[in-house]
Design a protein around this ligand. Structure first.
Ligand SMILES: NC(=O)C1=CN([C@@H]2O[C@H](COP(=O)(O)OP(=O)(O)OC[C@H]3O[C@@H](n4cnc5c(N)ncnc54)[C@H](OP(=O)(O)O)[C@@H]3O)[C@@H](O)[C@H]2O)C=CC1
Ligand SMILES: N=C(CCC(=O)O)C(=O)O
Length: 447
């Protein structure tokens, strides 16, 4: 079996070897899905996984825009349309200086399996730009978003490709992007998700990724007769996913000890309670400040500059910032300090070495394609509401979200449970996500 996996990866590296993040995402899937393919005749001779690894389309375009001083800037925009076998391409837009084809191909590949797990009819895609919204005025962000959509609009539509938010793309950016799309196409449709409440957005979509990550972690803990009640929880990030993961942890009786950003992390030994979390939300979402400012307000808290929070003793860790933020050494420290569960809110935040350590220690580990699927699932629910031209209540959406996360957990158990009773959620998520897409691709022929 090792030889089959190596031969496959050698072929993938020949074509994509200069794209490390993409290779990392494919390697994890190959190690779990190829053994499944070998055992199932219907996939033999179809080259199905190699076809899945190759994007159906990768679009790159120039984005020129003018700043508040009248200076002209150029950025690169992308949309990776990875797989449409089970539905229109669906996935976020990331605005961050580290964005390149490798990062977006890894995100789009992850999205294919994640969207399949939600059981909703959504294919996989991802896009974005190396534009950095940090430190830009609202007007500059608006001009960039308008310039970006002037090009992207050719390639998207409510039944073709439906973008949403990700790092650097929040409510503000979605608003500017949607406004330009509507002006160009003279259509009011569900072409983007994460829209504002008054113009087609779904309740719970802002909370969905963070809530869903905690719902998934709660399902894992419940499987062990445990819960979040009284648990010490370490969270990274302080953006959309991290904020609402923290909110749901508090609602379930947990204690949030940390939040972070790219400058470092804050540690509050007394716990980040609802009032302190409200301060963080205002600091990040309205004042666009830095997490270090938390200690200006709460003097008993500590700020650890340019460090990540994994050194803090906890029961549960929720990485909600970015890829490869939690490495093998971090995993060893978490395990040594008694961590019993890790659920990824971010996309691919754990390195392969960290995942190996978690599996060796047989702790509960949820890969992002399973545990952070709440965001895209609720985007799918937004698409459903837009198609029906109705809006569901918070409770209706939250109940559907909770049910979807429980179903994803059950699928992971079905395909990931091992002889000793331990569940390898990585294996479970990859195989469960693969089957639906692969069967659709077989039915649709060699295209
Ligand atoms: N939004 C969504 O619907 C979903 C998002 N995700 C994933 O969740 C993660 C967070 O996304 P989201 O909360 O939406 O994004 P936001 O832009 O709202 O927040 C991102 C957070 O991560 C931090 N961060 C970003 N890059 C780095 C880095 N290189 N090193 C350290 N910290 C970093 C940011 O800090 P700073 O401000 O300093 O940059 C910020 O605190 C991403 O991996 C995203 O792909 C997954 C599913 C759905
Ligand atoms: N950024 C997202 C959300 C995508 C979406 O809501 O279409 C993700 O699932 O990584």
């Amino acid at each position: 079996m090792e030889a089959k996996i190596k031969a496959f990866m050698d072929e993938v590296k020949t074509r994509n070897g200069h794209e490390p993040e993409f290779i990392q995402a494919v390697q994890e899937v190959a190690e779990t899905v190829i053994p499944y393919i070998v055992k199932h005749d219907i996939y033999h001779g179809k080259n199905i996984l190699l076809r899945m690894v190759e994007p159906e389309r990768l679009i790159s375009f120039r984005v020129a825009w003018v700043d508040d001083d009248g200076d002209i800037h150029v950025n690169r925009g992308y949309r990776v349309q990875m797989n449409s076998a089970i539905g229109p391409y669906k996935g976020g837009l990331r605005f961050h200086p580290t964005v390149n084809a490798s990062v977006l191909k890894f995100l789009a590949f992850e999205q294919v399996f994640k969207n399949s797990l939600t059981t909703l009819p959504m294919g996989g895609g991802k896009g974005g730009s190396d534009f950095d919204p940090k430190g830009k005025s609202d007007d500059e962000v608006m001009r960039f978003c308008h310039a970006f959509m002037l090009e992207l609009n050719r390639h998207i539509g409510p039944n073709t490709d439906v973008p949403a938010g990700d790092i650097g793309v929040g409510a503000r950016e979605i608003g500017f992007l949607f406004g330009m799309y509507k002006k160009i196409r003279n259509e009011f449709t569900g072409v983007l998700t994460g829209k504002g409440r008054s113009w087609g957005g779904s309740l719970i979509r802002p909370e969905a990724t963070g809530y869903g990550t905690v719902y998934f972690a709660d399902s894992m803990l419940k499987g062990k007769g445990d819960s979040f009640k009284g648990k010490n929880v370490v969270i990274s990030g302080s953006g959309n996913v991290a904020q609402y993961a923290a909110e749901k942890v508090l609602q379930l009786g947990g204690k949030v000890l940390t939040l972070s950003d790219s400058g470092g992390y804050i540690y509050d030994k007394d716990g980040i309670d609802a009032d302190k979390l409200a301060f963080v939300m205002d600091l990040k979402n309205n004042r666009r400040g830095r997490i270090s400012e938390y200690t200006d307000k709460y003097a008993s808290a500590e700020f650890h500059k340019r460090k990540t929070p994994w050194e803090v003793t906890c029961d549960v860790a929720l990485p909600c910032a970015t890829q490869n933020e939690l490495n093998g050494d971090d995993a060893v420290v978490l395990i040594k300090n008694g961590c019993v569960a890790v659920a990824e809110g971010a996309n691919m935040p754990s390195t392969p070495e960290a995942i190996h350590a978690f599996h060796e220690a047989k702790i509960l580990f949820a890969p992002g394609k399973a545990s952070n699927a709440g965001g895209v699932a609720t985007s799918g629910l937004e698409m459903s509401q837009n198609s029906l031209r109705i809006s569901w209540t918070r409770e209706e959406v939250d109940d559907r979200l909770k049910g979807i996360m429980e179903d994803i957990h059950d699928s992971c158990i079905e395909y990931g449970k091992e002889a000793d009773g331990y569940c390898n959620y990585v294996k479970g998520a990859n195989i469960a996500g693969f089957v639906k897409v692969a069967d659709a691709m077989l039915a649709q022929g060699v295209i």
